[in-house]
Design a protein around this ligand. Structure first.
Ligand code: CTP
Length: 319
């Protein structure tokens, strides 16, 4: 279905009435939340008009061969190749084929998770999605330990593992990968240029140490499809964040979706400072026009869906 014909459909314009919504962030964890199955099914159906996460979660071996040229999604003039190693790690079938879960947790990386005691609750979900190889062990009480799927932007190798510039960092990285045994490792390798080497290093280490992860490389159409869905619903996002990508895809294979660690604000509802990430000292200008993301807008959108029972946004401490 084209964007234009979708725009014309009645369902789409009434799906998420966003303009003018105020985010009632302080009571997002209020106990009176009830799951809205009808709306959830409708959202899944509408998203399916743009993308099918079962298919778009990864390109497959059958559609590529080593040496194939790929244009980066955000840098169309630049290209990369499907290396022999990358080809080796392409799945033969979708890692999410025929998967369906009752309750999924998507864990964002905001410092709002610190002192939340949400670890046990997060781990109790049937499927746990995490972002950008965020550390868990040292923060288990607040963020949990289980990981069913974790994303890894190529920049993570640089940001969190010092570009593997010493044997010690290589070992740390390998240990982190080995701790993911059995989970899906989702690597957006073809989004933006500049990460080619880092992706290749990661892949080589996975092969060298026979790390037991199921690698997935998002389809070339995913980003635009996700953006298209939200634009059609009047959410003017520049470039969807990993968190929003995960929510949009998770609607395909999860009923109840619970979000933790989504808080793109420098202060909590009581005015106390909140770290951008729960695990490092990175700072972020949430409203900077130079940022590729529009996180506060994404958050307001997710808050609106929370209020309507389509997802549950947990922003306070867990019981
Ligand atoms: N997030 C959030 N509030 C924060 C930090 C993160 O809501 N203070 C959410 C965002 O949806 C983000 C996700 O958690 O995509 C994972 O966080 P992170 O790894 O920091 O993502 P980024 O690298 O900042 O952004 P990207 O989406 O480009 O990966």
């Amino acid at each position: 279905t084209s964007l234009v014909s979708y725009k014309k459909s009645k369902v789409s314009s009434s799906l998420i009435p966003l303009p003018g919504i105020k985010s009632k962030t302080s009571n997002s964890s209020s106990p009176e939340w009830t799951f809205n199955r009808t709306l959830t099914n409708l959202i899944r159906k509408n998203i399916l008009r743009f993308l099918d996460a079962e298919r778009d979660i990864s390109i497959l071996k059958s559609t590529f061969k080593p040496g194939d040229v790929i244009h980066y999604i955000f840098d169309r003039q630049s290209t990369t190749n499907i290396s022999d190693n990358l080809y080796h790690l392409l799945p033969t079938a979708s890692p999410m084929k025929n998967r369906h879960y009752k309750q999924c947790a998507i864990v964002g990386n905001s410092g709002i998770l610190l002192n939340s005691s949400c670890g046990r609750e997060i781990d109790s979900h049937d499927f746990v999605i995490r972002c950008n190889l965020a550390p868990v062990e040292e923060y288990a009480a607040d963020v949990g330990l289980r990981t069913s799927l974790v994303t890894m932007n190529p920049s993570v190798v640089q940001r969190a593992f010092q570009d593997l510039n010493s044997e010690e960092w290589v070992q740390r990285f390998v240990r982190r990968l080995q701790s993911l045994s059995g989970s899906v490792l989702w690597i957006p390798a073809f989004m933006a240029k500049g990460g080619e080497e880092r992706v290749e290093w990661a892949i080589r280490l996975i092969l060298l140490h026979t790390v037991n992860v199921r690698t997935a490389f998002p389809s070339l159409r995913l980003l635009h499809a996700v953006r298209g869905y939200w634009l059609t619903n009047h959410v003017q996002i520049k470039r969807p964040t990993t968190g929003l990508l995960m929510y949009t895809m998770a609607t395909r294979f999860c009923d109840e979706i619970h979000l933790y660690g989504f808080w793109p604000f420098a202060h909590d509802p009581d005015g106390k400072p909140v770290k951008y990430h729960y695990y490092d000292t990175l700072t972020y200008h949430y409203t900077s026009s130079a940022s590729p993301h529009t996180m506060p807008l994404e958050f307001r959108t997710l808050s609106a869906l929370h209020r309507r029972g389509a997802l549950r946004l947990h922003t306070g401490p867990c019981k």
